[in-house]
Structure formats: structure tokens, C-alpha cells
Design a binder for this molecule. Structure first.
Ligand SMILES: C[S@@+](CC[C@H](N)C(=O)[O-])C[C@H]1O[C@@H](n2cnc3c(N)ncnc32)[C@H](O)[C@@H]1O
Length: 225
């Protein structure tokens, strides 16, 4: 897997910015993982001022879906050990980091945001794991050469959820296992999912202090839609 999207972002500068301005914090309920996380004094606006293409800094937070999926993997190393894993819509890289910690053979973390690629590199190093960060929209490609795809909180917009769900169907049809972590957002294709586990975790989208039930699901492409 390789970078498919072009980016003019100065990743060295961004890495330096993140390292300097986003404090390293433990992840709630997952003491094994620490991440660079935006705080009130991080000044993310300075990144936006430098770059008219700067989008929402999803990579600077952990999301409910990624939190539950990371916990699930850490609780069940047997689901991942020795396997090739893709963390799709990786953001900070939290899910890929969990997969690497429990012994995945290879971990890819794909995101369409070049700032996420910078954050994933830093967060992987911080947690002493090897992850190949890929700047690409893999959902428009053929199924990748992995054994399992982990999707943390990527179904947050209708058109995106539709594209991702179609891609996951194609992957599942090729025998790739798919796990989804999601706080029951509106576009979750619930009829095609089997609930494996639930945890109550903070959900970024509803404010830092809020907690809600979030599920880990197996994607069952042969279930009725
Ligand atoms: C809500 S964040 C979730 C991040 C992380 N998985 C978590 O749960 O903490 C969604 C991430 O998906 C990325 N994304 C959006 N569309 C994508 C696509 N088509 N392919 C890969 N990543 C995508 C965004 O840039 C963002 O970093």
C-alpha cells in the first residue's frame, strides 16, 4: 500500500507543531496507549492559518468508535495476533496502535488527511509500535492485501458511510474480516452488523465530558440490508 493522494503540506513542520503543542495524554480506559491530543492551548488555528486546505482536525482527538475498537482489540489479542491489519480512517492511529500492541504482523493506517499521517507517525513512535501510514482513499480501490480491516468512527456522514459500506462489502466478499467501532451514529448500517461488545466511553462529537455506549461490530455482508 502506498500514498495515493498528493499533498503540499510540509509534514516535517506539522510533526514539529504537534510534538510541541499537543500534549501527550493517556487514553481514557486504555492506560497502555498515549496520544498527542489537542488541548485548549494547542493553537490548532495556527495550522489552519498556514493552510487553506486545512480540514477538521479529527486526528487531534480520539473518537468513541476508535476508543471501543482499541479496547476490544487489547482485550482479545487472539483476534489480531499474526494478522495483517488495516486501520481505515485512522485519525490519531489509535486503533492501529492497539492492533500493533497485541501482535499484528503488519499494520497499515489509512487516512485522507495529511495531518493525520503526521499524527499517526508521532503516535506510533510514542507507543513504540511500527505502523505504515498511508495517505489515500482506499474505499475507491480494490480490496487491500490484509486479513482484517478495523474501522473506528468512520460512518459519521451519509455519503461517506455509503461509500465505506460498499467498500466493506467488496472486502468481506473477498474473505477479509471487518470490525467496526461506532457509538451508534445515524449512518451505521446496523442491519449488516453483529454486535460483539459494548463499552461506555467519552465521545468527542458530543463534548469532552459526555459518555455514551459504543459498540464493536462484526460486518456481516450476507445479512439483509
Ligand atoms: C472521526 S475520525 C475517527 C478517527 C479514529 N479512527 C478514531 O476513532 O479515533 C475519522 C477519520 O477518517 C478520516 N477519513 C474520512 N474519510 C476517509 C476515507 N475515505 N478514507 C480514509 N480516511 C477517511 C478522517 O480524515 C478522520 O481522520
Amino acid at each position: 500500500m502506498e500514498h495515493r493522494l498528493k499533498s503540499s503540506v510540509d509534514l516535517d513542520w506539522v510533526r514539529q507543531f504537534i510534538a510541541t503543542n499537543l500534549p501527550i495524554l493517556p487514553v481514557p480506559g486504555i492506560p497502555q496507549i498515549r496520544l498527542h491530543k489537542a488541548g485548549p492551548r494547542s493553537g490548532l488555528r495556527r495550522l489552519a492559518e498556514r493552510d487553506p486546505q486545512f480540514g477538521s482536525p479529527y486526528w487531534a482527538h480520539h473518537w468513541g468508535g476508535g476508543l471501543v475498537l482499541a479496547r476490544y482489540l487489547l482485550d482479545r489479542p487472539e483476534a489480531i495476533a499474526g494478522r495483517r491489519v488495516l486501520d481505515l480512517g485512522a485519525g490519531s492511529g489509535i486503533v492501529g496502535i492497539a492492533a500493533a500492541k497485541v501482535g499484528a504482523r503488519e499494520v497499515y493506517a489509512a487516512d485522507v488527511d495529511p495531518y493525520a499521517i503526521a499524527a499517526i507517525g508521532l503516535n506510533a513512535a510514542l507507543n513504540e509500535v511500527a505502523i505504515k501510514a498511508v495517505l489515500a482513499d482506499l474505499t475507491t480501490d480494490e480490496p487491500p492485501a490484509v486479513d482484517i480491516i478495523c474501522v473506528g468512527d468512520l460512518l459519521y456522514e451519509e455519503a461517506l458511510a455509503k461509500g465505506v459500506t460498499g467498500f466493506l462489502h467488496r472486502c468481506a466478499a473477498q474473505g477479509i474480516e471487518v470490525l467496526i467501532g461506532d457509538p451508534w451514529r445515524a449512518y451505521l448500517p446496523a442491519s449488516q452488523l453483529r454486535l460483539l461488545s459494548e463499552y461506555t466511553v467519552p465521545d468527542f462529537g458530543e463534548g469532552a465530558a459526555s459518555s455514551r455506549r459504543s459498540g464493536v461490530f462484526a460486518f456481516e455482508s450476507n445479512m439483509s440490508s
